[in-house]
Design a protein around this ligand. Structure first.
Ligand code: OGA
Ligand code: NI
Length: 339
């Protein structure tokens, strides 16, 4: 706890230069690509459209081509979007002692406040962010472990996740149909563990040298992200492209688990976060994860031949934790020939 107390980026970011421990090696730092133009090709989809089959087509194509799309008309009301964004900003603005206390009530450690990555002690270089994460269940049993400061936190969180859950189910149903699976395919164990992550990226004196998050693919089924300003970039055909924030819209991306179940028909997209020197950036990610014991494997109808072997989600996560930095390695351990 003491180490965290001293290390929070938000506690000392107001410096003249980027500390050495945050300077990434030349091949990984963003350099001039902090300012790539936002990409107009990432599809923006009307989730409320009456032409459901057209919507399914759009999100399926986006999931094949980019592993990313944005949605509007999604059923999550604007007030809740504004409220969750403000309450997250308020949380990250609190004195560091309060953040540490409020983010450590859960004895199992699933509600957690941390800085950089969850692996601070062992990572070679640090990232320019603080984060609060916890399960996105709104059950009374779990609510007792969530922050009580800011005072509205629990209430806003509950109202927000109740609506985001519905949007998530709607998107999963359409993705299932797009793959030729039954609408309910992702219900149950495969989507049982939604998790919230509130990222805070303070302004940075030199964004060319460091990153908010390194290049990665999410270990989720899908991720639904709310972003207040630009900073998210997707790696596509050898180039970084920016994901432009759209007002009251969400960014949806395909995670590794969906890539495996779809037998690579849908691609998990590599993405990263760059910082900026002007203003703090806040994002709220809602990851849809399977429960630990759920078996993940390519859906039968898509297996010609299967590209991945079956494994429990816990096993997948172990591989992910040790190999996440290297995509090729990850593909090797997940593929059938490695069993
Ligand atoms: C993540 C992520 C993007 C962002 O938390 O996995 O990719 O813009 N976040 O914060
Ligand atoms: Ni991500």
């Amino acid at each position: 706890m003491e180490t965290l107390d001293q290390n929070l980026v938000s506690s000392w970011f107001d410096v003249q230069s980027v500390p050495q421990t945050f300077v990434h090696p030349p091949e990984k730092r963003p350099g001039n690509s902090i300012d790539v133009p936002p990409c107009k090709n990432i599809p923006v989809v009307d989730l409320g459209s009456r032409d459901r089959s057209h919507t399914i087509q759009q999100i399926s194509k986006a999931s094949q081509d980019f592993g990313f799309f944005q949605v509007f008309n999604h059923g999550v009301c604007k007030k809740l979007i504004d409220d969750i964004m403000s309450i997250s900003k308020e949380f990250h603005k609190m004195p560091r002692k309060d953040k540490i206390i409020e983010g450590s009530k859960d004895p199992s450690g699933r509600c957690k406040f941390y800085t950089s990555s969850e692996n601070y002690a062992n990572e070679e270089v640090h990232y320019w962010r603080d984060a609060l994460t916890h399960p996105a269940h709104s059950s009374e049993n779990y609510m007792q472990f969530l922050p009580q400061k800011p005072t509205q936190y629990r209430e806003v969180f509950k109202a927000y996740v109740d609506e985001v859950r519905n949007m998530g189910s709607m998107i999963l149903e359409m993705l299932a149909e797009g793959l030729g699976l039954s609408k309910e395919f992702f219900n149950g164990g495969l989507s049982e563990n939604p998790t919230l992550l509130s990222n805070h990226y303070p302004p940075c004196p030199d964004p060319t040298l460091t990153l908010g998050l390194t290049k990665h693919r999410d270990p989720s089924l899908i991720t639904i992200l709310l972003q207040d300003s630009e900073g998210l970039q997707v790696f596509k055909d050898g180039n970084w492209i920016g994901v432009e924030p759209i007002s009251s819209g969400f960014v949806v991306n395909i995670g590794y688990v969906m890539q495996m179940i779809s037998n690579s028909k849908f691609k998990g997209a590599d993405h990263r976060v760059v910082t900026n020197s002007r203003a703090a950036r806040t994002t709220i990610a809602y990851f849809i994860y399977p429960s630990n014991e759920t078996v993940i494997e390519p859906a039968n109808v898509l297996c010609n031949p299967p590209l991945y072997r079956s494994m429990k989600f816990t096993e997948f996560l172990q591989h992910f934790k040790s190999k996440a930095a290297n995509d090729e390695e990850m593909s090797k351990v997940l593929s059938l020939s490695s069993s």
